[in-house]
Design a protein. Structure first.
Length: 200
């Protein structure tokens, strides 16, 4: 029995978005080529435009997918180590973000290329997630929502910086020999900074 056309269209759109994350992360919005993305997704350029209305639509869809993946991985991290277990949660959050390294690079690249997140990213993802994190964390740690928000912003910035760094550079920066030692130093740093910012 043949699959419905809508299922094939959705599968094609997912494949195109997945193929776009790497080029946008590596070269930014201006440097990424729709032709290269279409080739990676094994579709035609006109089909990309048909599904996304052009490069900006595809870029926004790629950002949405990065946040969807990060949200799913964060929920997994919370399920395995509740936020009350800060060390366990931060270790899992770092590993989850590290597994989405291209997506994190895409988000950091927005700031590097444009000086800020795009209005789409800020309004749809960044600010609502900050608000949610502050509301969740403040009562857990007995701090104010403003403190919780500051901790979330700081953690996000530190985490993204550590995630985009390659392992060789992390080892050199911390003066350690193994990837495991570098990971341990990163997690200790994240814990120390977050605990200090959440202190009532």
């Amino acid at each position: 029995m043949a699959r419905p056309a809508e299922a094939n269209a959705e599968e094609t759109k997912r494949r195109i978005v997945a193929a776009a994350i790497g080029p946008f992360a590596e070269r930014g919005f201006d440097g990424a080529s729709l032709q290269e993305i279409a080739r990676r997704a094994q579709v035609t350029g006109p089909l990309v435009n048909h599904h996304f209305g052009g490069k900006q639509g595809l870029y926004d869809a790629a950002v949405d997918e990065v946040y969807r993946r990060l949200q799913a991985r964060t929920q997994e991290a919370v399920a395995e180590a509740p936020m009350r277990d800060l060390a366990g949660f931060l270790a899992r959050a770092y590993d989850a973000a590290r597994s989405e390294r291209d997506g994190i690079r895409l988000l950091v690249r927005q700031v590097l290329d444009g000086g800020s997140l795009t209005p789409h990213t800020q309004a749809r993802h960044f600010l609502p997630r900050l608000d949610a994190a502050a509301q969740l964390v403040a009562p857990l740690y007995g701090c104010t929502p403003a403190q919780a928000r500051t901790a979330a912003v700081t953690l996000g910035y530190l985490l993204s910086r550590f995630v985009i760094q390659d392992e060789r550079s992390l080892k050199a920066a911390f003066g350690v020999r193994s990837t495991a030692e570098a990971r341990a130093r990163v997690i200790t740093t994240l814990i120390t900074a977050t605990e200090a910012l959440l202190r009532p």
